[in-house]
Design a protein around this ligand. Sequence first.
Ligand SMILES: [Ca+2]
Ligand SMILES: [Ca+2]
Length: 264
Amino acid sequence: MRARIRQQSMWITMLAVAFMAGSAMGSVLVNGDFEDTTGWGAIGSTDNPAGWPSTSGTRFNPASQQTGSDAIGGAGTSAFMSDVPTNCDMHQSFTETGPQWSVAFDFAAGDAGSATQRSLSGAIKVGASQIIYRVNGEGDFQVFDKAANTWGTPIGLAASVVMDSDVSVSQLVHHIVFSADTSVSVSYDITITDSNSTVFSATGITAWGVSTLPGLGDGVADVSFITTSATAPFVLDNVEVIVPEPTSASLLALSAVLMLWRRR
Ligand SMILES: [Ca+2]
Ligand SMILES: [Ca+2]
């Protein structure tokens, strides 16, 4: 009887472990919603938003708080990314994700003025490589292709961003998702939902911003937002690095446990 109880409790423990392995991991970033308002200094200072330091020694804080009805979503805090002074950044490094990942955030982009100028600008480190991107003054979403040494608009992302003449009030909010599964292909997809809920997407993008290309299986290790060469500000909120909830893995583990159980 006692052995039977012990066996039952062992199975219950194994089921619990299998179930817990499948619990959501969510975003790996801290303060991606900018609701932690400690540490923010003036734009151009060395005091950055909590969790978001600048590249050490070379750049400064690009962000100030945009709050309440002037924040994205009409409440809380967003990050207003100023184009003055230029050459500021903030970034967040973390343990490299697995090959399946998404980077997502909300933004509104000021009008940079021309096709060769930019407002929103940032980078995503994938292994030892990087995706480097910008929104130009035509509302094109562009990525830098180091191999061709030029900015290019992936097919599907031309005029995908509605220019916001003043991002400090009444934002034209866009949602962007970069996603990849580098175990299958060393490429990435971008989906933008604009402020009119129109969806733009580009798939299988192979433009990388540096000479080093990612390898199969590489994940995300750092995200940054940059105001270098910006001629208009932008606003950010709800930045997330999302790794898939291991639902299928957990189901596999559960079914394996159940199969073992039934075989007894
Ligand atoms: Ca927020
Ligand atoms: Ca506006």
